[in-house]
Design a protein around this ligand. Sequence first.
Ligand SMILES: [Zn+2]
Length: 372
Amino acid sequence: MKAVAVTPKKQNSVRLVRIEKPKVSDIKNGRGVLVEVLRAGACGTDREINNGEYGVAPKDFNFLVLGHENFGRVIEIGKNVTELKIGNYVVATVRRPCGNSIYDTIGMQDFTTSDKYFERGISRLHGFMAEYYVEDADFLIKIPPAIAEIAVLLEPLSIIEKGLKQAADIQERLKIWHPKTAAVLGVGNVGLLTVMALRMRGFQVHGFGKQAGSGYLNAKLCESIGATYDSTDDLPLIESTKNYGEYDLVFECTGYSPIIFDAMQTLNENGILILSSVTGGTRKTDQVPSDKINQMFVLGNRAMVGTVNAGREHFEMGVKDLALCEAMHAGWLGQMLTHKVVGLENYEKVFEILNNSTQYKAIKTYFEVGKI
Ligand SMILES: [Zn+2]
């Protein structure tokens, strides 16, 4: 079968490979599920792996099949699979337990303390930019047919859901927490999904980006779901609290780490800042009012937490938000799917769009591998 692969740590090595089609019997406990890939999403992680920044090939391979954002259809099941049937739509989670940390042994591998990750399409396991994959049913999330068209957005959404779940867990310290306002920093595909998830929870949401709002699809999507959008060139984040008040929750997804220090200064008392950008660079900043920030966090009981990867419960929360959003704002999520590329053999087009996403005005680029 066809798959899109890279040689990890080698720049621009993306190519089409032919590998053996997996079999249900590859999973030894009878819990194997063979899935036909219908869509595979592409994002900055795939771009960075193809840039040679990170990525690890599976044992005995000198290449890594890419793809962690996925959506597919069950075509065969093992004898011990009771929760899925042939024809069901599914999305697979990404990280697998490695067994070296207590969190891996209790099914919370998204909180692993091991730095040896096993992640499909990223580290040590082949990904979903392929015609088929086989997986243990434990790692598959069943998708209602009503959200099939947009379910390729579930994996990126799951990271946000984990952030919001952690915020809710941390804020249990307050016994009562009724947050009203939120700022979302960055309105790319992760930011827009965050705006959506917060609107589904009833927050007043303020989205911020670099680009001017007029004619900017991402700004329009913020506004059409009831959020505001401002360019930080017109309204710097710190100034924005004069218009909107201090935020109960701030969600950072710009990829530009210096902004987190501004974000800390916009939090309300007892507020929480969630960080989701993976910034592998070496950027430093000395423009930090450290006394002020420290005082705000100490005297105002503010908190900050990072979110990465996601467990089954976060994917399941995401399914509910996608369904609720489709019910409340039919077609909104579909507008995020800006760039469809038909066929894995057209991988060069996908990477061209990823490398020039601003020019292409791309929100989500994805392969259509099979028909829904
Ligand atoms: Zn991704």
